[in-house]
Write a protein that binds this ligand. Structure first.
Ligand SMILES: Cc1cc2nc3c(=O)[nH]c(=O)nc-3n(C[C@H](O)[C@H](O)[C@H](O)COP(=O)(O)OP(=O)(O)OC[C@H]3O[C@@H](n4cnc5c(N)ncnc54)[C@H](O)[C@@H]3O)c2cc1C
Length: 456
C-alpha cells in the first residue's frame, strides 16, 4: 500500500512489532531464540520478500547444507539436501521414485510457486504444471507414500507432510509435503542471521523508507477506535473480526465467519544448550530442521491422536537448530534449540518432557546439555498473540475446503462484507507461514477498490 503511494499506519497491540517474527533471549543472556517462526523457505521463495533487498535492510538468510532430516531408530536417517539428484542419491532403493516425483515438480517450481502462494480461485496461468502439482498433492500423504518403498523414504515424506497439522490420511496433506520439499530444492530452508526478528525489522525499515508509521502497544478492540482511513487491513482471524466489527457485520457474514475452523495447537520449547545436539545420524547434525516421530505409521498415529483431541505419548516434533547455519545465536561453542509438537487445541499441558524424550531417542545424551529451557503451551501462545487461536500457529486449519475457500466462500477472499475493510492475516490465502502473500492479496483487493494501480 505504501509502495502504491498511500500513507500507511500500522497499529500493533504488543510493545514490539513483528507478530510471528520476533527474537528474544528467552532462556539465558546471550542465547537468542526465535519466539515463533524460525525457518524461512516460504520467505525465501515469496515474490513479496524477493521484492525487498533483505540483506540491505538488515536481514541475511543463512541456508543450512541439509534442509531437513528425519531420523529413525538405530542411527538411520533420510534427508533432503541440495538438488533432487543429490537427495535421491542418499535414498537407496527410493532414488528412482524420488526423482520421478520431485524432478518435474522442482523443474516447474518457478511456474507453480507464485500460483500456490495466491488464492486458488482463478484459472491457473500454467495449467499443466499446476495440474501435475494438484494430482500429486491432492491425495493424503499416506497414499502418496505408497510410491516410496523404504522406511526412510516414507518417513521423510510423512515428516514434511505433517507440517499440515492434519491427520496424514486427510486430502491435501501431500501438497504440504510437496510444496515444502520443492522449496527445499529451489531455495533451501534458511534461518535469519541473528534471528527472525530481523525479517520484521527489514519490513519496518522498508515501510519507514516509504513514509509509513508504526504505533505499538495499542490493542484494537473495536473498528470504531481506528482513525478514518480509505482502507483498513486487519491482520486478524475470523473470530477476531467478529469481535472488533460487532454489529456492523450482517448476520449472514457472521455465520460464514463462524464456520471457519481452527486447527490444533502447538506446545513450543526453546533450550539453551552447552553444545550441539548429539544426533546419532550424521545428516541430522548438519540439518537446519529435524522432523522427529519415527516411521510413517508413528507420525500418522501421532497426528491422528492430536486431531482426536488427545496428546500422543510419542509426539511428532519439528526441531530447528539455527546454530547449524548461524553461529551468532549463542555464546561460542553453545547452541540454541527450538522445537514444537502438535497438541489439542487450547491445551495448557507442558509437553516439553515428551519432546525431550523424542530428541533423546535419536540423540542420546541430549538432556545432559540442557542449561535452561523456556516453554509456551498452546494456551500461552494464544495469550502471547491472539491470532494463534487455541495455539493454532496457522490461524486456521489447512483442510481441503479451507485451502480453496479460506476464510469464507467469497469470490475475493480478502474483502469483508464491510466496504473498505479487508482481512490480511494467514486466515486468508495462501495460509500460514512467513511469506507476506496474504498481505499482498489484501493490498491488491484494497487498491483495486480504490482504483489505484498496484505497484509492480
Ligand atoms: C511457534 C511458531 C512457530 C512457527 N514457525 C514457523 C516457521 O518456522 N516458518 C514459517 O514460515 N512460519 C512459522 N510460523 C507461522 C508464522 O509465524 C505465521 O504464519 C505468521 O506469522 C502469520 O502472519 P500474520 O501476519 O497472519 O500474523 P502474525 O504474525 O501473528 O501477526 C499478527 C499481529 O497482529 C497483532 N494483533 C492481533 N490482534 C490485534 C489487535 N486486536 N490489536 C492490535 N494488534 C493485534 C498481533 O500482536 C501480531 O503482532 C510459526 C508460528 C509459531 C507461533
Amino acid at each position: 500500500m505504501a509502495r502504491a503511494g498511500l500513507h500507511v499506519r500500522v497499529i500493533e497491540g504488543s510493545e514490539t512489532a513483528g507478530g510471528g517474527c520476533r527474537t528474544g533471549e528467552l532462556t539465558l543472556p546471550g542465547f537468542r531464540h526465535d519466539i515463533c517462526s524460525a525457518v524461512h523457505p516460504l520467505a525465501a521463495a515469496s515474490p513479496f520478500f524477493r521484492s525487498i533487498d533483505l540483506a540491505a535492510r538488515g536481514a541475511t538468510l543463512c541456508t543450512p547444507k541439509v534442509a531437513f532430516a528425519h531420523p529413525l531408530d538405530g542411527g538411520r536417517a533420510a534427508a533432503v539436501a541440495g538438488s533432487v539428484e543429490e537427495t535421491a542419491g542418499g535414498l537407496g532403493r527410493d532414488a528412482g521414485a524420488y526423482r520421478r516425483l520431485f524432478g518435474p515438480l522442482v523443474r516447474d517450481v518457478g511456474l507453480t510457486l507464485p500460483e500456490i502462494l495466491a488464492p486458488l480461485r482463478s484459472v491457473p496461468r500454467h495449467p499443466l504444471a499446476m495440474a501435475r502439482f494438484a494430482l500429486d498433492g491432492l491425495p493424503p500423504a499416506t497414499v502418496l507414500a505408497r510410491r516410496l518403498h523404504t522406511e526412510e523414504g516414507r518417513a521423510l515424506l510423512a515428516g514434511v507432510a505433517a507440517h499440515s497439522m492434519l491427520p496424514l490420511s486427510a486430502p491435501v496433506t501431500s501438497a504440504f509435503g510437496l510444496l515444502l520439499t520443492m522449496t527445499a530444492h529451489a531455495v533451501g530452508w534458511p534461518v535469519v542471521e541473528g534471528g527472525s526478528g530481523r525479517l520484521a525489522g527489514a519490513l519496518l525499515a522498508e515501510l519507514a523508507a516509504l513514509g509509513g508509521e508504526v504505533e505499538t502497544g495499542r490493542w484494537v478492540s473495536s473498528l470504531d477506535e481506528l482513525p478514518p482511513a480509505r482502507a483498513v487491513l486487519l491482520d486478524l482471524t475470523p473470530s477476531q473480526l467478529i469481535a472488533v466489527a460487532g454489529d456492523r457485520l450482517t448476520g449472514r457474514h457472521q455465520a460464514a465467519l463462524r464456520r471457519f475452523r481452527y486447527g490444533p495447537g502447538v506446545c513450543k520449547v526453546d533450550w539453551a544448550l552447552s553444545g550441539p545436539v548429539p544426533w546419532q545420524a550424521a545428516a541430522c547434525r548438519e540439518a537446519g530442521t529435524v522432523h522427529l516421530g519415527g516411521t510413517l505409521a508413528e507420525v500418522a498415529h501421532s497426528e491422528a491422536e492430536v486431531t482426536a483431541g488427545r496428546l500422543p505419548g510419542r509426539p511428532y516434533c519439528i526441531v530447528a537448530q539455527p546454530g547449524v547455519a548461524d553461529p551468532t545465536r549463542a555464546p561460542a561453542g553453545q547452541q540454541t534449540l527450538w522445537a514444537y509438537c502438535h497438541v489439542p487445541s487450547g491445551s495448557a499441558v507442558d509437553a516439553s518432557g515428551l519432546i525431550e524424550a523424542q530428541i533423546e531417542r535419536f540423540a542420546p545424551g541430549f538432556r545432559d546439555l540442557i542449561l535452561a529451557r523456556s516453554v509456551r503451551t498452546a494456551a500461552d501462545l494464544e495469550k502471547y498473540n491472539p491470532n494463534y487461536v487455541g495455539g493454532d500457529i496457522n490461524s486456521g486449519a489447512g483442510t481441503l475446503l479451507q485451502t480453496v475457500l479460506r476464510p469464507t466462500p467469497r469470490w475475493n477472499p480478502y474483502r469483508t462484507a464491510l466496504p473498505g475493510v479487508y482481512l490480511c492475516s494467514s486466515s486468508t490465502p495462501p495460509g500460514g507461514g512467513v511469506h507476506g502473500m496474504c498481505g499482498v492479496g489484501a493490498a491488491r483487493a484494497a487498491l483495486a477498490d480504490l482504483h489505484i494501480s498496484p505497484p509492480v
